[in-house]
Design a protein around this ligand. Structure first.
Ligand SMILES: Nc1ncnc2c1ncn2[C@@H]1O[C@H](COP(=O)(O)OP(=O)(O)OP(=O)(O)O)[C@@H](O)[C@H]1O
Length: 478
């Protein structure tokens, strides 16, 4: 009965009508840049320069809905797996659409839930924007608010040929960027406190990782952004609880004073929204918050991950207690290649990083990358990597299989490391653990990141040869 119910749920069609009438992204083929209609030659040149010679299916599908006749008539909801190229899918049409703008003001806002994601997205925009004379800003709290403001807002010297209205013109500040990539918290800081920061000219709003952003209110950033963006063309928008527009007195903008040439008297373009996710919610109440206009749903179906075609994946199965040894052997066999090792928690990352650094003769340069490091250090670690290795806890075999299923990649051959090689690491491993223990005991790990877990490391060490006590066995299940 339960099984039947589960099957029924799996097959259930979306309750939202426009979701039933979806565009299937997988029906789009990759498209060579040279065959892509309407692409600005300057963008094409820079895409080639970046080594992009064709667009991925999701990028082609979005391009067809956003460029050319009937462009941006509908808001887009894009459901496409991680790694499928969603960033360029929205960045390229926005850059192309803004490439003809004459006056700089904030016209596109991309919101992401985390600083790291926002930094990556900003880099994609920044690689292409200069080709068409556009500037991109970042509001994520990476630098001080003062630095950020100086990047985003500039005091203009008033150009003689700008057509002013008859009203007093108190504005001294103008946007220094055409496109802003932001996290919700810092965005709200600028909305509430940064003089001259305005969303009044906003034409494009991208909500990336939509599910995550809709799950949390993040200071009501979404109703606030919509209200502010709509307010410039007097679109009625119901005031959400807790959003008091009177607090945005600073947001009188140059548009409302009739400064921007060509805008006066012409209807304000609709605020176009693109919302993206690898697992887009089908919950009508959640999606309603986005106030989508005739939404068009582009989807690849339920698949959550997409692995690059060139990526080869292998699995190594070993007893939990032997994982560090297998990892060492693997690192040795991959010597010279760059790797990322994922672990299941920040603490595990720090433990493993510290442990690996106690191995003599490993001849591998190791960097730690987790939220324990500050942003600048994390950024330096980018680009170090080619390989992905997954190293995580015991329930993993099942989860790994599920993950491969989600990625449509169920055939994952075994990777074998000679057992002699693993054995040969035993003495080195025991010595490293000893050194680690001494280091913790002598208080060298000043931040205390290891203290709580050190006995767990000892257990794993003991697991390689010694008998375990009850506590150890319980902890090893973790
Ligand atoms: N047209 C293209 N040609 C070659 N590489 C591309 C192209 N588009 C994107 N890529 C690369 O593919 C990778 C995945 O792209 P991207 O990060 O945009 O995917 P995504 O769907 O946004 O993933 P996520 O959900 O993790 O954000 C990136 O390394 C990007 O540089």
């Amino acid at each position: 009965m339960e099984e039947l119910e589960a099957k029924r749920k799996k097959k259930s069609v979306p309750v939202i009508p426009w979701m039933r009438d979806a565009v299937d992204i997988s029906l789009s083929d990759s498209c060579l840049l040279d065959s892509l209609p309407f692409l600005d030659p300057r963008l094409k040149r820079d895409l080639h320069r970046m080594g992009y010679n064709s667009l991925f299916p999701v990028q082609v599908a979005v391009w067809h809905e956003t460029i050319g006749p009937g462009c941006f008539e509908r808001d887009l909801c894009i459901n496409s797996p991680t790694g499928s190229g969603k960033t360029l899918a929205y960045a390229l049409p926005i850059l192309q659409a803004l490439s003809t703008r004459t006056i700089k003001c904030l016209r596109a806002l991309v919101v992401l839930p985390t600083r790291d994601l926002a930094v990556q997205v900003k880099e994609v925009f920044a690689a292409l924007a200069p080709a068409v004379g556009l500037s991109v800003g970042l509001a994520v709290g990476q630098s001080s608010i003062a630095n950020e403001i100086s990047e985003l807002i500039k005091k203009p010297t008033l150009d003689a040929d700008i057509c002013f209205g008859t009203e007093d013109f108190p504005q001294q500040f103008r946007s220094a960027v055409d496109i802003l990539v932001a996290t919700p918290g810092r965005l709200m800081d600028h909305i509430n406190n940064t003089k001259g920061f305005t969303l009044e000219h906003l034409c494009y709003l991208v909500v990336d990782e939509t599910d995550r952003l809709l799950r949390e209110a993040y200071q009501s950033w979404l109703p606030t952004v919509l209200k502010l963006a709509y307010s410039s063309n007097q679109t009625p928008f119901p005031c959400e609880d807790g959003v008091n527009l009177s607090t945005f007195g600073l947001l009188k903008t140059i548009r409302s004073f009739g400064v921007e040439r060509g805008f006066r008297g012409t209807p304000h373009p609709r605020l176009v929204k693109m919302v993206l996710s690898a697992t887009l919610t089908q919950d009508p109440s959640k999606l309603a918050q986005l106030d989508l206009h005739r939404p068009l749903f582009l989807t690849t179906g339920k698949r959550r991950y997409q692995l690059p075609e060139q990526l080869k994946s292998f699995k190594m199965v070993c007893k939990s207690k032997l994982k560090p040894l297998y990892l060492l052997a693997l690192l040795r066999t991959l010597q010279g290649e760059k790797c990322i090792v994922f672990t299941s928690s920040v603490e595990s990352t720090h433990r493993l990083y510290t442990l690996l650094n106690f191995f003599e003769d490993l001849q591998v340069k190791i960097k730690e990358y987790s939220r324990l490091q500050c942003q600048s250090i994390r950024r330096k670690s980018y680009g170090m990597t080619n390989y992905l290795i997954w190293h995580t806890h015991d329930g993993f075999v099942k989860r790994f299989k599920e993950l491969l299923q989600k990625a449509d990649n169920e055939s994952c051959p075994m990777y074998s490391v000679p057992s002699e090689l693993i054995e040969s690491f035993h003495p080195m491993y025991t010595a490293a653990l000893e050194r680690l223990k001494k280091s913790v005991e002598s208080g060298k790990d000043k931040e205390g990141k290891l203290n709580i877990k050190i006995d767990r490391l000892n257990i794993k060490c003991a697991g390689a040869g010694r008998k375990k006590d009850k506590k150890s066995r319980v902890e090893e299940q973790d």
